[in-house]
Design a protein. Structure first.
Length: 280
């Protein structure tokens, strides 16, 4: 009679069990993110002032800047100023709207909502990820709304459907970067009013020293040098290249590089701030 050798206690663990645990962890994370995303979107719908900010302001941006500046500014190589302007207004509206991310995070800290999240069996990173996903959904609505208004006053995508989809996708990625920046600001200042001001002030400076409204070649030499490396200029130029057509690869890759660079810095920094803020 023969017997099989006993299994060694030092055999490696079953890789299948590890894979199952990883899948369960990922499902748990995605489920938590979905719950927080839904909570933030419901809050947006239930607060009338947030709806006004998310709809009326972008429309005003498109109409006012088009009709106020359109008669005085004639960028070279562009027939209609609205075609030159709208990519910049996309970034402007997204950047202004992202300031509400910092306000919401700071408000949740002040009201104790973050403490409630800590008491629940949920992934901590889901709080920040859910906030940015909700912002992306809001930004998609805003972008489609501004595009519709732009089409009503003469805006057109000149490079086809694929490029138009690329514009929306790239703009959403820009919005994600701004959301993470403002989430970090909200965690640092702990005050909703301060978070709103801290989120808007840099945007105002960067937008008005970029190619959002005018070609950078029309600026004084010292300002033009800054505008060329301004991340808002790089982002707007990437969107504008997709809208107007022609050589696009260089501008789009530069915009993507800026977005990735910002996310590499801000996402870990925001998560670290969240952990420190909620520690104890």
């Amino acid at each position: 009679m023969t017997t099989e050798p006993a299994a060694s206690a030092k055999q490696p663990s079953d890789p299948t069990a590890t894979d199952v645990a990883t899948v369960r962890g990922l499902r748990w994370l995605l489920g938590d993110v979905a719950v927080i995303t839904g909570r933030n979107l419901r809050r947006l719908v239930r607060v009338p002032t947030l709806i006004v900010f998310a709809t009326v302001q972008p429309v005003l941006f498109v109409l006012l800047f088009t009709y106020v500046f359109g008669g005085a500014i004639h960028p070279p190589g562009v027939d209609k100023y609205v075609d030159f302007l709208l990519p910049g207004i996309f970034v402007l509206a997204i950047a202004f709207g992202a300031s509400q991310t910092g306000v919401a995070i700071a408000d949740d800290l002040a009201t104790g909502m973050i403490d409630r999240f800590r008491a629940l069996p949920m992934t901590r990173s889901a709080v920040l990820a859910g906030r940015t996903v909700a912002d992306a959904v809001r930004n998609l609505f805003v972008l489609l709304l501004m595009t519709g208004v732009g089409y009503a006053i003469g805006f057109r995508f000149h490079a086809g459907v694929a490029a138009a989809i690329g514009v929306i996708g790239l703009a959403l990625l820009i919005g994600v970067a701004f959301s993470w920046i403002n989430a970090m600001v909200g965690l640092l200042v702990h005050d909703a009013e301060t978070a709103g001001l801290a989120g808007l002030m840099p945007v105002i400076v960067l937008v008005f020293t970029s190619s959002t409204f005018v070609p950078v070649a029309t600026m004084p030499g010292w300002l033009e040098a800054f505008a060329k490396v301004n991340p808002v200029t790089v982002s707007v130029d990437g969107l504008r290249a997709l809208v107007l057509g022609g050589p696009t690869a260089e501008h789009v890759w530069q915009a993507l590089a800026w977005i990735v660079g910002l996310l590499v810095i801000t996402v870990p920094a925001a998560v670290l701030c969240y952990r420190r803020t909620t520690a104890g």
